[in-house]
Design a protein around this ligand. Structure first.
Ligand code: AMP
Ligand code: MG
Length: 877
């Protein structure tokens, strides 16, 4: 029994695994006009079957192991299927024909259909399964069919010499050549050794700029994008290949590796390529599956020059060619990479330079023209094919090609972009080989402009003010309106203001002024709201000290931030926790007496120890940071004022709005919870201490107080909406007070799509926003409004803020490619308390801004969507 070749064996195996499929069928479709002799054509096809045994071979597997069973033509059941088809139906009919799967055990791997479209108008569809076919088979098949047709048409037989060998001979010879795997000196063993070393540690899956995650089941659907390399570049690349003793293919390969790397694939880039595998002259005229796959791996670590990349690809390729006999399928078995049915093993990007020669079917009396064979199938994530074209005098006339991108992963537009970028990189190779990989211009100037300027066009005049400035304006507008509600007690704007003014005057007397820090050690309460206002009114920056923090953390904050004093709620706390620091204990008789003696009138700037300006710090909030040591982020009035003015212009909070304050004040989200309602006349509803952890309490409070606006960290939102007792009656006509919930704002961590979907199911008309930003960019830098059934992005930059998605060389990455997010603009924090070194590391010079402008390195990975929205892609470190 004749065994299958290794390559055939793999296809046969895949066919068992996948069931009937057309992933590996190759349709060739030809249109003809002229007079056709059907019988001669059918006879000629039989002649071709007769000549090429592989085309009349079936692969039964009686004991589970398949073998080649070569049938006599008479037993193949072959017939040319002839049918009339209306011209408008041809495309669909052809596609349907190409979609019919083969049963390899019983059917020969060739089928032919002739569609009669009109008088003297034909379409011939020849479908051959890959098990008997490769790109280099087209030439022999076309030649033989032409000769046979010409003979049959004139009533003779093709007078060709029989082929010296058949595919079955090759299958046997292949086994013999490769030898025994148990023999260490066999070609097989040696080549396995070579490849094992060459591919050690190769990435399991290349990180491509995909538009969506890999699905569990592959559809094999593809998008097809054309690529055109201009004649001039083609000519230069040919010359360059010649000068460097390498093939044009190797140059294309080097450029593709550079392209993928610049598109975020890293620096270890394996690319597959097909080699004819017809190493013996005797195989040249055979139809059959000889092609083998090689993996060429390019190492771009250390930012080499293009010349260095070429040299490396040259060497690696020659090494690969010398070890090309090992069938790819054997290699996969040997290396046993983590297998997945959803991606190609060892490489996911294929590059082919079609040098199989053009196959010309020449049927006398007929004028042929090719016709597309239906939608492309995507066997790889990216399948790049290219072919050279030449002028009449043989000069390079350009490279034409095609990128087929797996539709499971990519949008059509993305495949076009990838094709486009590869051509740009090829031009870079043609221009200057001394350029380093990182410096290759992967973006054109219009794209750069879009990424750096258009999508960052956020300049808006927010006025120059400070937190006390904004608040004063509102107090004057609505002194008698309710400002704060806490546990059944409410205070008007006038009342809150007077209390805050008194406390501010006391703080000034204690030495608090601009550039001073004041610790706040109060539980959530009206006093806390008053104290926050008082500190900023005095000109100081407030430092939240959560009494739930462990003692050593509190000690660290005090030591690090060096507050002038701490405002506490009880003597016990003051003595126990803040022993060495000056304390103002609210409620203590002495303090209350002093406060009573102070004016509650608006505080004038001259009363402060120095004039308060927008660049002064408003608060200091500590974030844990990845390094372990907490860092105190110093945020200016300019930053938080911009944040609040923007938020108000974006959402337009009204006097009938009620904002819940439930975020612990050690997190910066609490800053807008406190101040946003208070600077626009809305009501601040303060949750009781610890209440933020209890979804049922939060829901109940929201219902009771008619809360319209609330923040949730996504994981809390998930818990909240999973609790029926929490959400009941919160939204829609049934809502208790004032029409109920209007908007939910999420931030702090990635908002899962499922949570957003569930949210909309429950709260149809309520707005859901996803806001993003590190404390260093003043709470938030970007915002996205979620829509039903849509993706969850982090959106676009807030006003007076610019965002940059950069690679490790601080160069903007293309749309769709993940890079690190940098943020610039007025919301940048001043830096970290007492850590100029760390500040300098994270707040770096902005290469896209004016002199002295800084940008903050977020450590988050994001990518741009095609319509200019940022999508979160995880932490960078
Ligand atoms: P913090 O400085 O404590 O506000 O933490 C900021 C970090 O939280 C960011 O750098 C992100 O890693 C993460 N983060 C904040 N908002 C979002 C969001 N909307 N989506 C994903 N991650 C977020
Ligand atoms: Mg934040």
């Amino acid at each position: 029994m004749i065994p299958l070749s290794f390559a055939q064996r793999r296809l046969w195996f895949l066919a068992q695994l996948e069931g009937p499929s057309t992933t590996y069928t190759n349709p060739t479709v030809l249109r003809f006009s002229g007079s056709l002799d059907h019988e001669a054509l059918e006879a000629a096809l039989r002649d071709v079957l007769e000549r090429h045994e592989v085309l009349r071979t079936v692969f039964p597997a009686p004991d589970g192991e398949p073998y080649q069973r070569i049938l006599p033509v008479s037993e193949t059941g072959f017939a040319l299927v002839v049918a009339d088809v209306a011209p408008e139906q041809l495309t669909e009919t052809v596609a349907r024909t190409a979609r019919q799967a083969f049963d390899l055990a019983t059917e020969i791997p060739l089928r032919a259909h002739l569609f009669i479209v009109g008088p003297d108008e034909y379409a011939l569809v020849v479908v051959v399964h890959h098990i008997a076919w490769d790109a280099w088979s087209a030439g022999p098949l076309a030649r033989d069919l032409s000769v046979a047709y010409e003979a049959r048409r004139t009533g003779t037989e093709p007078g060709w010499e029989p082929l010296p060998v058949q595919y079955a001979d090759y299958a046997l010879w292949q086994r013999e050549l490769l030898g025994d795997e148990n023999d260490p000196d066999s070609v097989l063993s040696q080549q396995v050794e070579y490849w094992r070393e060459a591919l050690a540690g190769v990435p399991e899956e290349l990180a491509l700029p995909t538009d969506r995650p890999r699905p569990a089941v592959r559809s094999y659907r593809g998008h097809q994008a054309e690529l055109v390399v201009p004649a001039e570049v083609h000519g230069r690349l040919v010359a360059l290949a010649h000068e460097r003793g390498m093939s044009l293919f190797m140059v294309l390969q080097a450029a593709l590796a550079v392209t993928l790397s610049r598109l975020g694939a890293g620096t270890d880039i394996p690319i597959g390529s097909a080699i004819a595998g017809r190493t013996d002259r005797a195989l040249h005229d055979l139809v059959g599956f000889f092609v083998n796959t090689l993996v060429v791996r390019t190492d771009l670590a250390g930012d080499p020059t293009l010349a260095e990349v070429l040299e490396q690809v040259r060497e690696t390729s020659f090494g690969a060619f010398e070890h090309q006999d090992l069938p790819f399928e054997r290699l996969v078995e040997e290396l046993a990479p983590a297998r997945s049915m959803t991606r190609h093993p060892l490489f996911q990007v294929m590059l082919t330079l079609q040098n199989a020669g053009s196959a010309k079917l020449d049927l006398s009396g007929l004028k042929p023209s090719r016709m597309a064979g239906g939608a492309p199938t995507a066997k790889f994530d990216l399948d790049v094919t290219a072919a050279e074209t030449f002028g009449a005098d043989g000069t390079p006339a350009g490279i034409r090609g095609m990128v087929v991108a797996a539709a499971d992963l990519f949008d059509g537009e993305t495949s076009v972009q990838i094709a486009h970028r590869w051509v740009r990189v090829l031009s870079a190779f043609a221009e200057d080989l001394s350029v380093r990989v990182s410096a290759v211009g992967i973006l054109d100037s219009a794209e750069r402009e879009k990424l750096l300027v258009e999508w960052n066009d956020t300049v808006v005049d927010c006025g120059v003010s400070t937190l006390p400035g904004l608040f004063a304006v509102q107090v004057e507008r609505t002194p008698d309106a309710v400002a704060v509600v806490f546990e059944g007690v409410s205070l008007t704007y006038g009342e809150v203001d007077a209390r805050a003014n008194r406390l501010a005057r006391l703080l000034i007397a204690e030495g608090v002024g601009p550039e001073c820090v004041v610790g706040l050690a109060l539980p959530r309460s009206v006093d806390l709201v008053v104290a926050v206002l008082a500190v900023v009114k005095a000109g100081g920056a407030y430092l939240p000290i959560d009494l739930e923090y462990p003692a050593d953390r509190v000690a660290f904050l005090l030591e690090d931030a060096g507050p002038v004093c701490v405002i506490a709620g009880s003597v016990d706390v003051a003595v126990g926790v803040f022993g060495g620091v000056a304390c103002v204990v609210l409620g203590e008789p002495g303090v209350e007496e002093r406060l009573a003696g102070l004016s509650g009138a608006e505080l004038a700037d001259v009363e402060r120890l120095g004039p308060l300006v927008a660049s002064h710090p408003a608060y200091v909030i500590y974030t844990s940071g990845s390094t372990g040591r907490p860092k105190g982020v110093v945020v200016s009035h300019a930053g938080i004022v911009n944040r609040l003015v923007w938020m108000q212009s974006r959402f337009g909070l009204g006097v009938d709005d009620r904002v819940l304050q439930k975020t612990p004040f050690g997190f910066d989200v609490s800053v807008w919870e406190f101040f946003w309602p208070l600077v626009c006349g809305a009501v601040l509803v303060v949750a009781r201490p610890g209440g933020h952890r209890d979804p049922v309490y939060v829901g109940e409070l929201m219902r009771r107080e008619g809360v319209t606006t609330v923040h949730f960290v996504p994981s809390m939102l998930e818990a909240f909406i999973a609790e029926p007792a929490a959400v009941v009656g919160l939204a829609g006509p049934a809502a208790v007070v004032g029409g109920g919930l209007r908007r939910v704002i999420c931030s702090g961590e990635a908002l899962p799509v499922v949570v957003a979907e569930r949210f909309f199911e429950l709260f149809g008309g309520v707005e859901l926003h996803n806001s993003y930003g590190p404390t260093e960019t003043t709470v938030d830098a970007t915002l996205w409004r979620c829509v039903v059934g849509g993706v969850v992005a982090i959106g676009s930059p807030v006003v007076n803020t610019r965002v940059f998605v950069l690679d490790e060389w601080l160069r903007p990455v293309p749309v769709g490619v993940a890079g690190e997010l940098y943020v610039a603009g007025v919301q940048l924090a001043r830096g970290y308390v007492g850590q100029p070194g760390l500040t300098g590391e994270r707040f770096v010079a902005c290469p896209f801004g004016g002199a002295g402008e800084r940008m903050y390195r977020t450590g988050d990975r994001v990518r741009w969507s095609v319509d200019g929205q940022l999508v979160f892609a995880g932490r960078a470190d």
